[in-house]
Structure formats: structure tokens, C-alpha cells
Design a binder for this molecule. Sequence first.
Ligand code: NAI
Length: 720
Amino acid sequence: MTATQHTSTIRWEQGADDVVVLTLDDPSSSANTVNDAYVASMAETVDRLEREKESIRGVVLTSAKKTFFAGGDLRSLIQATPDTRQQVLAHVTLVKSQLRRLETLGLPVAAAINGTALGGGLEIALACHHRVVLDDPTVKLGFPEVTLGLLPGAGGIVRTVRLLGLTTALLELLLQGQRVRPDKALKLGLVHETAGDRDELIAKARAWVLANEAAQQPYDVQGYRVPGGTPSSPSLASTLPAFPANLTKQLKGAPYPAPYAILSAAVESLQVDVDTAFVVEGRYFVDLVVGQISTNMIQALWFDLNRVNGGASRPAVAATFSATKVGVLGAGMMGAGIAHAFAKVGVDVVLKDVSTEAAEKGRAHVAGSVGKQVSRGRLTQHEADAFLARITPTGDAADLAGCDVIVEAVFEDQALKRQVLSEAEAHALPDALLASNTSTLPITGLAEGVRRREDVVGMHFFSPVDKMPLVELIVGERTSDAALARAYDVVRQIGKTPIVVRDSRGFFTSRVFGTLVLEGAALLAEGLAPSSVERAALQAGFPAGPLTLLDEVTLTLPLKVSVEAAKAGSTEDHPGLAVLRALVERGRTGKAAGQGFFDWTPEKRVWPGLSELFPTTDAVPFADAQERLLFAMAVETARCVEERVLSSVEDANVGSILGIGFPPLYGGVLQYVDQYVGGVAGFVARADELADIYGERFRPPALLLERAVPAGSLRAAVSA
Ligand code: NAI
């Protein structure tokens, strides 16, 4: 006999064996989240379990969705401010207390994890005494909170450090937000069993419940010892003092509050009893939720990213395009990477270079990285062979027959690019998309080499292609909406994120990246020590210092760009350029030459001659140096908005983080303006101040003043 009752998001089914199966199934959404309906349903469910305990043998908790449970409700978390601290604390305390009641009911509770359980989802599973997970490599378990500036506040820290031990919980799950597959979860001890299919999953959970009447959480059993000990155990006590320093080193000094809060909550939670530990964890959680940095990160890396990937900047052309055969022109570093990206998703690639031998080199490059995946067990030899068989190297343009997409990645030379695009146009399908991976050359000019100019679009990949998730799509004067939509779809097909910008010198990313690295060089010229220039960037949250970046892209590149800009009528002369000229004159062109700002001997070190060329005076305060790097990029991006190079705040934020390393903690380059102390008005005032002291390049464009200040934010002004 089965008694069934529906609560709003949790279904209750009591079997003949008196095991209650609770199925998480939010009727308002395709995924379960910690929303108000969940909290109300969980309250009813736990009340009923407590009431009817005598007639129940145990509980199995599962979900009817594709995923187990999606986690916190980001829509409400992003709205939290210091004024709503009490409500946030009350909410998380309630969620936690419900789970605590579930694990201390006196009934065995097993989680049957039928799909991905991240964040709050994993926290619910951890409040069960036993966890069985579906053995499917697409299922992921983990705590991604840290990547959004948060921490798992519903018991995730308290339970993982007790169950796995402090070091394992921190390093394998909490500090970097790793998502682990079922096999790894089993190895870590995060789950107890795996199951082949859904029926087996429920059956195993049920069997465990029936066999373990007296189940308790290990940490509720008298005398339980946490693996690896607590902070007062001698072994942990001796290593613990190094943790904060290691964290700082790992973050390169960037001021992310979440990892430090996680570390503190984890350590402190082990020094007190479980219930007090929940209180400690809750307080750290609330500090993060109401702070600006989690708001920035949730905005950019969740809402903005979803809008960009959801097609906000894609023209409304109905049919979704899917490439079947792609011609990649140029089998160099970029061409090989692009060929790899297409072959990986099952698209046939014709890889064309000046000769078959040259094209073979590109394919060999792909073979090398595929081979690594085989040796790491990520691909079978059979899959690898099939993968490589999709790439056909050639020196003959006639082999481009049948291609529905062309991506050009030959040398950065306008005449050459025009010529290869025109040649490809002649051989590919009559309506093939003609894309160029140029990083600087205007697309409108490149299109002049072909007949179908409306089908030419910029498709700017980033290096290394396999690691970089962004592609910048550039709309030339004649590019049609249909071509742009196709380009957008192709980028989504290979799993990357497309932003859309209008044609102009340097587009958006290269132009704004240029202001960052040149500002770094200018700081050096003004007497900031090279190590301070780098530290200013790292401690502001950039992944690398501007001098290192200059050495990597080579110092001649910005010089070349400035020569081209001058030819096109620009009169700007950035003070950073003189620094590059001084080094290039001495043969110090960058990393590829083994010498630039740094001597690239095995242990990279600052070139000693630098201090003679640019004596250190430390005239620029460190805080100003940091702001100059951030403001240079933000002001230039605002100019891009003013010139309609950019027309979406989301594209700017996402593009700046994923493409050119703008610190995620600020939520991207335009969110930086909106979140600045005093809002846009505060930003404008500070930019004017920087312009007065350091140069007109910091003067904010009129757009900021005229539209954004009264609108309250750049976001509001641009979307109006
Ligand atoms: P690369 O020098 O590694 O490769 C260029 C390839 O084009 C060479 O294999 C060359 O043999 C081939 N090629 C020359 N003439 C050809 C022709 N007529 N037909 C077919 N192939 C021909 O250069 P890389 O770094 O791959 O750059 C290629 C393009 O990508 C350039 O436009 C560059 O600006 C752009 N780009 C480069 C990035 C980077 O980080 N290296 C980033 C984004 C874009």
C-alpha cells in the first residue's frame, strides 16, 4: 500500500516497507533551488516526519529533475545588501536547521543522487546519513560558491570538514569550487556508493535505510575523530599556520574575500561543536552575500554570462545554424587550435596552408594535444583516431569544396587575408560564411577582397584556443544579420561564448587590453619599480602583470598597432609607447626573444638594466597605480560604448573577464564603473582626478556624465 501526498516542491511516498521516498520536484521550474517554496515544503516535510516517525522506517531523498538540485536562488542572493543582513541570516539559519532536524530525526536517511548536485544541492545530500550517486560521468558534485564570491552556507563547510578532514575538504572541494565526477566523489568519501541506473539508485538507497535503523551522522557519534585531526591536534596544528600564506600565494594577493572566509569558517568550525559550527559558518556566509564582490561576480558570471550565451546580442534570425564542414586557412598556432575546436564537436575540418606539409604540421599539433588526453585517460585511442580523421590537411584550395564555414587564420596581413578569403570563396559552398580571425585589421577592409561582402564577419579567437572560452565577433559595415547569426551559432556549437562588437581599430578586446599594458609601461616610466607594477596588477585581481603580458605578446605588437593607428589619422601618443621603443631599440622584444622587461632564463627575473633606464622613484602611490590600470580599461570601454563599438553591458563585462583578464571580483569592466564607491558619479569624479594628475587619457567620455549619472548606472543608461 502506498500513501501519497503532495507538498509544493517535495513529493512524499510511503512504501509498503514504510520507507518514505521524498522526491524534490519544484513544479515552477526545470530545476530545484532553495527558494521560498522549497523552504516551506521542507518545513512541512520535516514536521510530518517528526510527527509520524513511529510509523516510518527510514527516508530516501531524491529528485524528479534531470539534476538533483541546482542550489541557492541567485536571484534573491544578488539582491542582498548590508541592510538585509538580518533577513539573509534568518533565511540561511532556517534552511540549515531543517537539514539538522532531518539528520537527527532518529530515522536513517539516504540520498539517491540522480543527477548533478552543486552548492545547496550537495549540502542537502550531505545532511543525509548515506549517499548513493548515479554513476554517470556527466553528473557533477561540488561547491562552486567560491567562484561567485560566496561560500556554502547551508552546512556544506561544517559537514565536509568533519567528514573528509580539513585539508581534503579545503583543497579538493571548497577553495577552488572543483566539480567532481561520481568516481572521484567516491574516492574522496563524499558519497558511499554508486549505482548504474535510477532503479538501482533508489533500490540501493532503500536497502541501506532498511539495514541501518540506528543510523547517525559520524560526527554525532560519541568519540568520532575527524580525519586528519582538528586544529588542536599536533599534526594539524603544525601545518595550519601556513594555510593563509599559501592561499595568498595561490590568489597572487588578489583580494577575494570568499576563499579567506571559507578557510576561517572551516578552521573555526572544527574548534566548536556542530551546532555552534553552523552559526559560525552562517555568519561568514552572510558577510559574503551582502558584500559587493559576490554581487559583482554573480552579476557577471551568472546573469550576464547567461544572457550572452542565451543570444541577447544575436540578431533575431529564426533558424539555428550548424556547421558541417569547416575550412580553416592557415595551420599556425591559431589555425591548429581552431581546427581542434571544431573537430572536437564532430565537425569535419579542411586545414589549408601553403602546402600539405605545412598543413600537416598544424594537424600534428592537434595530434599532440589529443595524444595527451589519451595518456590521461580522457579519450580512448579509438576516439582519438576518429577525432584526428576529421581533420584533412591540404595545400590545395580546391579541397575547400563543400565547406559551409571558412575561418581564416593566416599571417596578420591585409593583402594576404583578402587573397585567401577570395580564393576560399571561389571553392567553398556558394553561401559559406567567411570569417576572419584577425586580431586588429578592420573587417570592412578585409571584405573588399570577396564578392559576398555581407557574409564576411570577424571571428576573433584568443590564445590558447583550447583554454580560452571567448570569441569576439566583429560586424563589418556590410556584414548581414544572417551572417552574424550564423557566426554566433557556430561559436556556440563549439561551446564558446560569443560577444558582438562593431568594426573599429582593435575592436573591443585588443583595444582595451592595449590600454592596460601601456599603462603598466607608463607606470614604469614614472618611477614605479617593475615588481611594484606587476604587484599592483596582481593585487588588483589581474591574472598577470602588464609587463609580463607585454613580454608575452611581444613589445613590437603595440608599436605596430600605434603605427597603423597613426596612419589612420590618430594623434594619440601613449607615454607607455616610449618605454617599449626604448626596449625594442636594445633588442629586448619580449619572451619569444628570451628578453624583454624580464630575462626569460629558466627562472624569470627582471632585467637589471631596467632600473638604469627607468630609475625607481616611487612617485606614484601604489593605490593610484592599481586604479590607473583599472580606470584605463574602464574609461576606454566607456569610449567603446560611446562610439557604439559595444552596444551591450553584458558583452563588455563578460568579454573583459573571459578574454582579457579583467578581475572577476569587479564583475567586469563596466560593472567596475557601476559598483565604484559613489556609483557612476564617484567613478567620474575619480577619473577626472586621475586625468588632472596623470593625463587626459583618464578623462571620462561625455556619455558617462550625460546619460549614466542621472540613470544611476551605466547598465541602465546603455540598456535604456
Ligand atoms: P602563425 O604564424 O602561427 O600562423 C599563420 C599560418 O598561416 C602559417 O602556418 C602560415 O604558413 C599560414 N599561411 C601563410 N600564408 C598562407 C596562405 N596563403 N594560405 C594558407 N596559409 C597560409 O600565426 P597565428 O599566431 O596563428 O595567427 C594567425 C592569425 O590569428 C593572425 O591574423 C593573428 O593576428 C590572429 N590572432 C592571433 C592570436 C595570437 O595570440 N597569436 C590571437 C588572436 C588572433
